[in-house]
Design a protein around this ligand. Sequence first.
Ligand code: PLP
Length: 391
Amino acid sequence: MNYQQISELESIYNSGGVGRRPVALVRAKGARLWDSEGHEYIDCTAAHGWANVGHSHPKVTAAIQAQLETLVASPESSYNDQRAMWMHELAQILERSLNWSGCHIHPSNSGTEAIEAALKLARFLTGKSKIVATMRAFHGRTMGALSLTWNPKYREPFEPLVPGVQHVTYNNIKAMAEVLDNQTAAVVVEIVQGEGGVHAGTTDYFQALRRLCDERDALLIVDEIQTGVGRTGKWLACEHHHLSPDIIAMGKSIGGGLQMGVTAWQKKIGCFKSGHHGSTFGGNPLVCAASRAVMQVMAEENLVERAAYLGRWMLDELQALPDKKIREVRGLGLMIGVELKGKVTPILQTLVERGVWAMPAGLNVLRLLPPLVIEKSDLEQAVTIIKEVLE
Ligand code: PLP
């Protein structure tokens, strides 16, 4: 099918909820994408952040193929070998990265579901209902997660949302201390706000937040859905700040392209009771096999270190650009935001025409999240094109 046929057919049925670019992507490998007309693009989005190990990594594909022929879906109401090993392997990473001694893991199917489970858990374990989130935060689009998401454009058409949620200025401990009280069940934060414009919090902030949560008996939930799986140059972005949250939410790249959300928490805070929470497809053997392959590839190919090294290089290159069109270039690892003086949409369009696939964060930030496996030469080519477009 060509672009016209694909777009006309899809346009008859699509929900209207997601704006589309006038391109039909039909194939991907590593950090390269191809459209229906045969045009090739360098992927600087990791497909909204899910492809940290790249598209169709041979080890992930082989693991999926093998598991497809064995057992695809098997709900958590019985045990399963793939899920058991997946939980064990993921727990090793979480316990090391977050300084946890023991954890529980709830697998679901998306980032927003991982946040929903975190909210339910926090309410259940604390017996309290108030939640504090931050301005510019993005935590998903289902009713609970949407209540934590800040942008009024996403929230207002669907109000009333879950009551008891307050938003305070990000990276501002005074603002947090004013609203966080003994009625607060949990605080939810991102280590780097992605959708909100690629803004990173500081070590002082996160350390003070940890102390405040302890003092006021509130749980600390960190959303690592976009920042996790090596994206920021650490397996989990919490590691940059030696932060040990109570609960984390993961998604996107942890499933290697299959649908997976993860809510994990320290064993010492307790867990759900039978019947409280679950999911038909969550933690199915197919996605667990894919996720195990992701963790293996991350280690074998040193992708965490690679993200740190390539990210540093890319940030330096982009920060050296003249400031005619640019307000600020910021980022952590391979999560980079270029805040422009004008709108980002025309820049994105020109980049697509020049073969670079990038994404926005809000109206004026160019967000760059290349797969961590991207060849240095591809990244150099992408950076050269971005520079030319921005100059
Ligand atoms: N939290 C963060 C930080 C995200 O970036 C996203 C998605 O972009 C979500 C939550 C929601 O994840 P999903 O789209 O898988 O539901």
